[in-house]
Design a protein around this ligand. Structure first.
Ligand code: ATP
Ligand SMILES: Nc1nc2c(ncn2[C@@H]2O[C@H](COP(=O)(O)O)[C@@H](O)[C@H]2O)c(=O)[nH]1
Length: 185
């Protein structure tokens, strides 16, 4: 099979990490870790969920793309993806829509984009349920990035699998189809 990167995108709280974990559990498709300057949430572990960085260490890495999201830096490296491709043909990565556009531009058909969509009320409810700090959560939901990522950008329209992530079982079945499509190539 050709090398592929499944790029999971959408607004914060739409279920990107949940789908990335499903891909790992069910298909052994590993996530490529990215870097961030935000603090770990309860239960998040450095080197497992993210490479957690200070402003200083973040600035020393080389990134394929990087963004500022709700006041923090995030970035992903080509080296991490190339490293993962040495051991598997298919990997996944979780990024905002600006990152997904960068991956699509750089990798073309090698980047298979899944755009997750959920209405804003449901997302806010889920983020509260995840235990996000209320002050940070309000800031995030009011950020331009969050509002932008609620709808698929023009650059990805027609080039992505668009999945409404309401019922997780239905979402998983749709993700199964994406993976099966890859396998048949
Ligand atoms: N279909 C679903 N139904 C109900 N809850 C869901 C569903 N999908 C995800 N969740 C829950 O919603 C919360 C947010 O999901 P998740 O962390 O995967 O989102 P995310 O898009 O990765 O968010 P972020 O970009 O902020 O990291 C989690 O608590 C997760 O368990
Ligand atoms: N473009 C990139 N976006 C990234 C990267 N790593 C994570 N993200 C996205 O940032 C927001 C916020 O993440 P959170 O973990 O603080 O909730 C979310 O949309 C992530 O998908 C990256 O390297 N590049």
């Amino acid at each position: 099979m050709d090398k592929k990167i499944i790029v999971i995108t959408g607004a914060s709280g739409t279920g990107k990490t949940t789908i990335s974990q499903y891909l790992k559990q069910k298909y052994n498709i590993p996530p490529v870790l990215t870097h961030t300057t935000r603090a770990p949430r309860a239960g998040e572990v450095d080197g497992v969920d993210y490479h957690f960085e200070t402003d200083e260490t973040f600035s020393k890495n080389h990134y394929l793309e990087q963004v500022e999201y709700s006041g923090f830096h995030y970035g992903s490296s080509e080296e991490s993806l190339e490293q993962t491709w040495k051991t598997v043909d298919v990997a996944s990565i979780v990024v905002d829509t600006a990152g997904a556009i960068s991956y699509k531009k750089k990798y073309g058909d090698t980047a298979v984009v899944i755009f997750l969509e959920v209405d804003v009320e449901t997302v806010a409810h889920r983020l509260h349920g995840r235990g996000d700090d209320p002050e940070r959560l309000t800031r995030r939901i009011n950020s331009e990035e969050f509002k932008r990522d609620l709808r698929i950008p023009d650059e990805l329209r027609g080039k992505s699998y668009e999945i409404v992530n309401k019922d997780i079982k239905i979402t998983e079945k749709k993700v199964d189809k994406v993976v099966n499509n890859l396998k048949s190539k």
